[in-house]
Ligand binder design. Sequence first.
Ligand code: GDP
Length: 214
Amino acid sequence: MSDPDFLESGRRLFAGPCEFIWGASKIDGLPPASLPEIAVAGRSNVGKSSLINALTGRKTLARMSRTPGRTQELNFFELNGQLRLVDMPGWGYAAVGKEKVASWTELLRAYLRGRSVLLRVLVLIDGRHGLKPVDIEMLDLLDKSAASYEIVLTKKDEIKGSAAEQRLTDMRAALAKRPAAYPEVLFTSAHTSEGLPELRASIARLIAERQTSH
Ligand code: GDP
């Protein structure tokens, strides 16, 4: 398929029904691995809820992951019967205490290492700031887990053209040293929708590639 075809199949994928189906707080509590999965990670306030809502065209979807009790879970949303988006909300909630952070990290590690249907992790980074220490911790964990991941920058509307270019250049340079990172970086805005059709298309492409490799 060509790029315009993926733009169209990405649009259709995200225009379909989307619902919360499962929350898992333990590795033996995951849903059956029956559909491909794309996980979404990012520190709190990066714009993750806004991006998931903008991608799916729904206002309240990702609010689910913030309700008490769900911030330390992997939250599964099923899209059009074709894909599951897995929200990983646990980053950057220092307030939850050391013990919870440790068990949350354990859950993430186990999921990232052992999930055969996981196609890619989207790691959201605030486009205004670039990589912060908590982001670097996350990338280190992903590299160690050997889970394929891709950086998605957020809040592009807040950044002027040349600064946005520079941010992209810096991010690509930082990723060149990371073995599990996908080399392309998308710059998105949940407010203007910039970059969202391309992000949907890249997800549709991953699903299509998976289907042809099986
Ligand atoms: P989360 O904690 O990662 O789920 O972040 P939210 O989606 O709640 O967003 C955190 C803050 O960033 C909110 O004030 C949002 O309005 C703002 N925000 C999110 N996405 C964008 C964006 O694309 N552009 C701008 N300018 N602000 C954004």
